[in-house]
Design a protein around this ligand. Structure first.
Ligand code: ADP
Ligand code: MG
Ligand code: MG
Length: 879
């Protein structure tokens, strides 16, 4: 027997679908279906599925017979339900054609209204409604929209004509146009259409419909849409649906109108209906801004029955969807119709308030509330943003990569020192550089924000800015920076030193001049929400903090300890760098010891203060890590001074400095390798840590248990060697002080060899902390500092995405982590495991670390709330 293949269903009437079918029917279509099911007044119609739009491409970008047949059947049905027809100019069926993908996507085709009108049927509509002005108004709108949306004819060609007619007749508003004026306009519009497309305006409604449907399908692959999908990681094979719906008319007179409303205030989250409407208007007149719409409350006076009905429907929809809704409606001669509902876009503050309120109202659970808040939104909440109205008037100069969120305005300076001194003078400054390096740190700290022309999201500027919570835009390749001439140019626009610019670290936008800001505000609702987050998550979130000030900041943002204290950052401070330099440039151990003693004093005090600030919470301190030459002076005068102070000749001194330079410092003499060459440095640091901890313990009357972390271990013998040195020094301290405390010695796992031999290393280590930056760098063989230059190309060519320095590469580097976790636990089941790389603040990576069952992640203080939320979401993702 021959199998009967049932034709695939590509067309659904609104009454056939429901809200769970957004993938098939698109968001708009699924919600129109759902509202129809709820018995809410929706103009009848049908949805052509997203699958049809995919098939469209396989059919050589044209509608195929089977689809046309299904559309035809749906049309017959629609004609029957409405008592109107495409074929009867006396009772014309008019429809809107509305695109709608599963995920709302600006950049796709706009809506076409009043489709079905022809030179014949417009007369019928005029007679039928007794309102020729309305009929011709609808027709001229249709011609313009069809030309614009389906044929790409610029709207201005039509708008110019409209403005001219209004000027000639001295009219202020479109709705004041008379029928004869509108008829003339229609004739003019048709001529424009003919001129621009080389075709007459189509006079067969079915033909109009097919062309519009094809245009929606094609718009799925227009440039704007492709770019939008790329930016938002939306798959290309989702496709878009098309909704065909009977028109209802808001432009039928003064008892008609159209509007939009939010069931709660989208900027504050307050529980109040917020909306606007226009009388005698159609479609997007409300958003177009030609006439000023009136607040929804005014509707009560004008049409009390529609108003109260609308309130009731708004309430029903919000309860049904259990979320704030964004609703579009039209009133036709006193009769209310809903045209769209969807979850409303909202500011971060409103998102938190609405979620918390909905939980308190018993409408959603805490888990749902947590699912609904996006980590990106939370990020927004923690940083100031530009005033949304002010930004519209601002002059944009260019766009880079938003590397660290926030908004900053200030005078442009091209060197870090100038920025630091500006701060002393009370001047707000933006540090502008081609790229930054360790030397710029002080200037970065003093700045309002940082702009670099080069570098990616993990460049020095980006990492440091996120660490210190400064707004930062990197990789602004449209900018030309001349550090000599002190100019920043975008094309022919030149910004000189001292000129004011504004940068948005979330969007990456750069503007000329100052823009007013709205402050970040952490409300009571935020606190409530974050308590729920804490209750749910199992992964601990610690912070990377290098100074007592950082520690306090981190604690305030909810850090559960310090997972990474990078001691070298302490040495860059002005009064200390000299001792550090002399220590490095010493020729003998005894000479070095003098300077080490100076450094010991400073480090002990730092650790003491940090332990006190932590008040019993844990701290993991990493021993000196970067290559030594990074600390050396570059300025000839400084070199001379130090040489003199150390009693050496300049030539000898410079020669020695040269000998420290390395071809490939990142893979050179750094990390544990320094400790092996200079064990006295590791010993000094261990002493400072233990003494600081003992003193802090006394001060607080609480035990402090420091964790000492050895960086860059690849071979277990490296760790054993250093461990012996450190333990010996600590034993001395205990003896001298007549007091002992508990401490741990562990290692970072950041060299691939360490991950592979983690079982052996675990025998010597009390804990592992995954340094995923270096692990990624060495695992891929990508230099973190240079990879930005080519990784974008990798992303563009779909070779590697996302950037592995940003989100952990689960397949490769993640496997190394997983392997080390298993090997480590196989010898030491209770070994403490955490992550201290940049990935510790990245939501997707956190999800992975949660799945591995790690104990904590550590990230920059300002990422702590985001990491907490991500950790809670990871719990929910599991079930
Ligand atoms: P968008 O996705 O841009 O919001 P819509 O498809 O929602 O586009 O259409 C925009 C507006 O057009 C709607 O808000 C509504 O005012 C109007 N509109 C769409 N379909 C109809 C219709 N069948 N009858 C009356 N107005 C409609
Ligand atoms: Mg639109
Ligand atoms: Mg809409």
């Amino acid at each position: 027997m021959e199998a009967i293949v049932k034709a695939k269903k590509f067309v659904y009437e609104f009454s056939e679908g429901n809200k769970s079918q957004a993938t098939l029917l698109g968001g708009k279509g699924a919600n129109l279906a759902e509202m129809t099911r709820l018995g809410i007044q929706i103009p009848e119609g049908f949805t052509i599925t997203t699958e049809a739009s995919i098939q469209f491409y396989q059919e050589g970008k044209q509608l195929w017979d089977a689809l046309k047949e299904q559309i035809e059947n749906a049309l017959i049905d629609l004609e029957r339900k409405t008592g109107k027809s495409f074929d009867d100019p006396k009772k014309p069926l008019l429809v809107s054609v509305r695109s709608g993908a599963a995920i709302s996507m600006p950049g796709m085709m706009d809506t076409v209204l009043n489709l079905g009108l022809t030179t014949e049927s417009v007369k019928g509509l005029a007679v039928q409604t007794g309102n020729p002005a309305f009929a011709y108004d609808s027709y001229r709108r249709f011609i313009q929209m069809f030309a614009d949306v389906v044929k790409g004819v610029p709207r201005v060609f039509f708008e110019r004509e409209l403005e001219q007619v209004k000027a000639v007749h001295q009219l202020e508003f479109d709705y004041q146009l008379t029928a004869p004026q509108l008829m003339d306009l229609v004739t003019t519009y048709q001529k424009i259409y003919q001129r621009e497309t080389g075709e007459a305006f189509p006079q067969v409604p079915r033909e109009q419909l097919y062309q519009a449907v094809e245009a929606v399908f094609r718009s799925w692959n227009n440039e704007r849409a492709i770019l939008y999908r790329e930016l938002h990681h939306i798959p290309d094979d989702l496709g878009t649906a098309v909704n065909v719906q009977r028109m209802v008319f808001g432009n039928l007179g003064n008892d008609s109108g159209t509007g939009v409303a939010f069931t709660r205030n989208p900027s504050t989250g307050d529980k109040e209906l917020l909306g606007e409407f226009l009388i005698n208007a159609q479609g997007e007149d409300v958003v177009a801004g030609i006439r000023t719409p009136r607040p929804i409350k005014d509707l009560e006076r004008l049409d009390s029955s529609s108003y109260h009905q609308f309130l009731e429907i708004a309430r029903t929809l919000e309860n049904h969807y259990e979320d704030m809704q964004d609703i579009e409606f039209t009133i036709e001669s006193g009769k209310l119709y809903l045209l769209q509902t969807r979850s409303g876009k909202r500011t971060a503050a409103a998102a938190i308030k609405i979620a918390v309120d909905l939980v308190h109202e018993g409408k959603i659970t805490k888990e749902v509330a947590i699912k609904r808040i996006d980590t990106k939104q939370l990020d927004q909440l923690l940083h100031p943003t530009f005033d949304p109205t002010a930004i519209q008037q601002a002059a944009q100069l260019g766009k880079g990569l938003g590397a660290s969120p926030g908004a900053a305005s200030g005078k442009v300076y091209f060197d870090a020192e100038r920025v630091a001194s500006a701060k002393h003078e009370g001047i707000k400054a933006i540090l502008v550089r081609k790229e930054t390096s360790a030397e710029d740190l002080a200037g970065m700290v003093s700045s309002e924000g940082i702009l670099t022309a080069r570098g990616g999201l993990t460049s020095h500027a980006a990492v440091v800015a996120r660490g210190i919570g400064k707004c930062c835009v990197v990789g602004c390749s449209a900018a030309t920076i001349d550090e000599e001439a002190k100019t920043l140019s975008f094309g022919n626009q030149v910004i000189h030193e001292g000129d004011v610019i504004s940068i948005d670290g979330a969007s990456g936008n750069v503007y000329r001049g100052r823009i007013s800001k709205t402050k970040a505000q952490l409300t009571e609702d935020y606190d409530t929400f974050m308590t729920w987050v804490n209750d749910l998550k199992t992964l601990k979130v610690k912070a990377n903090a290098d100074t007592p000030k950082d520690v306090l900041q981190a604690l305030q943002l909810g850090a559960e300890g310090v997972g990474l204290c990078r001691t070298e950052h302490m040495f860059f401070q002005k009064d200390r760098i000299k001792s550090m330099r002399k220590m490095i440039l010493s020729h003998s151990v005894s000479e070095r010891q003098v300077y080490l003693n100076e450094l010991l004093e400073m480090q002990r005090q730092d650790f003491f203060e940090m332990f006190v600030a932590l008040n019993g919470k844990s701290m993991t301190i990493r021993l000196l890590d970067p290559p030594l030459h990074e600390f050396l002076p570059r300025d000839p005068e400084e070199i001379q001074t130090i040489a003199t102070e150390m009693g050496q000749s300049l030539t000898d001194f410079e020669h020695y400095m040269d000998s420290l330079a390395e071809v490939n410092p990142m893979l050179g003499h750094r990390g544990v390798r320094l400790g092996i060459t200079y064990p006295e440095v590791s010993r000094m640091q261990a002493r400072a840590i233990i003494e600081g901890a003992i003193l802090a313990g006394k001060e607080m009357g609480k035990k402090v248990e420091p964790q000492i972390m050895v960086p860059l271990v690849g071979i277990v013998s490296e760790l054993s060697y250093i461990k012996k040195e450190i333990e010996a020094e600590i034993a001395d301290v205990f003896l001298e002080r007549g007091e002992e405390i508990i401490y741990k010695i562990g290692t970072m796992i950041e060299v691939p060899r360490a991950a592979i031999t983690a079982d052996t290393i675990a025998k010597e280590a009390d804990f592992f902390s995954f340094g995923t930056n270096d692990l990624t760098q060495m695992g891929f063989g990508f230099s973190r500092d240079d990879a930005g230059k080519f990784l974008q190309e990798y992303e563009d060519k779909n070779l590697l995405s996302p950037n592995p320095f940003h989100t952990i590469d689960v397949e490769g580097i993640g496997k190394l982590v997983e392997m080390a976790v298993q090997l480590g636990r196989s010898v030491k089941p209770n070994i403490e495991l955490g992550v201290c790389g940049e990935h510790g603040g990245d939501p997707e990576s956190i999800n992975f670390f949660h799945k591995l069952g790690l104990e904590y992640v550590s990230c920059s203080p300002f990422r702590v709330p985001i990491a907490r939320l991500a950790a809670a979401k990871a719990v929910l993702a599991k079930v």
